[in-house]
Write a new protein. Structure first.
Length: 254
């Protein structure tokens, strides 16, 4: 039973594809994304707040998968700068090279998942601030962009999935997009666990950003000749545009 996967079972598949039902992932709207970043914007000189704000910014502007974000390393990011000769601004680049699910490293679902794209100026600014804060804490002891901020004895590890899900769900709760409560953990009386009673985004608070990114690109395609089908599918890390438009980019972006 450990090797059983429902999606691979022929017996569970219908002969008529039209009979299959797909649960549509709710998409965060542009207004909700703006409000999310405002809620998470660092209020104090708090490293956790800086990290969480930058993580949310990467999700909003890049639509990365959770596994791609956790595996990001600084040597895969080139921040924007002014050319010394022409004085023109050179946009930064972000490359997705690896994935990290739990502690298991990988290289994406397909070759298309390994990609490079331009960093939005807002995100570039957020990453530059976070780079300074990151260096003040870790110096050069880790190349992970988003390490865990816990106490270390041997090795610095990337931020865990639960930490990301928790701070996003708490933020959604503040925005009225979820109902959450904090309960004491049985194993650690000095810590709490986040319990989601209801959320617009279901049990996966990060997948909505891929739908937001795809829909935003598809909506803007008509008025921008640069946004070709090839550009959009490469940006999202898909092998074909049908997947991007059909499954991820078919929301009304209001």
């Amino acid at each position: 039973m450990d090797d059983f996967k429902a999606r691979d079972s022929i017996a569970l598949k219908t002969d008529n594809p039209e009979e299959m039902e797909y649960k549509k992932t709710p998409m965060i709207t542009l207004q909700e994304a703006n409000r999310l970043l405002k809620v998470l914007y660092p209020k104090d000189n708090n490293i956790t707040e800086f990290r969480n704000f930058t993580i949310a910014s990467v999700f909003v502007f890049c639509g990365l998968r959770m596994s791609e974000l956790r595996a990001l390393r600084w040597h895969n990011i080139i921040l924007g700068k002014e050319d010394e000769i022409t004085k023109q601004y050179i946009a930064g680049k972000l490359s997705v090279k690896e994935t990290l699910v739990g502690s298991i490293k990988g290289y994406g679902k397909s070759k298309a998942a390994r990609r490079t794209f331009t960093i939005h100026p807002f995100l570039d600014k957020a990453l530059k601030v976070w780079r300074r804060v990151h260096y003040s804490k870790f110096n050069d002891h880790t190349s992970y962009v988003f390490p865990s901020l816990g106490n270390y004895q041997d090795i610095i590890v990337p931020v865990c999935e639960r930490t990301i899900r928790d701070f996003l769900n708490i933020a959604y709760g503040k925005l009225g997009l979820a109902k959450v409560k904090l309960l004491p953990r049985r194993d650690r009386v000095d810590d709490t666990r986040v319990v989601v009673e209801h959320s617009k985004f279901g049990k996966n608070p990060t997948r909505t950003f891929r739908h937001f990114s795809s829909t935003s690109l598809c909506d803007a395609q008509a008025g921008n000749p640069v946004l070709t089908d090839n550009f959009i599918k490469n940006y999202q890390g898909h092998e074909n545009i049908e997947l991007t438009k059909g499954l991820y980019g078919n929301h009304l972006n209001r």
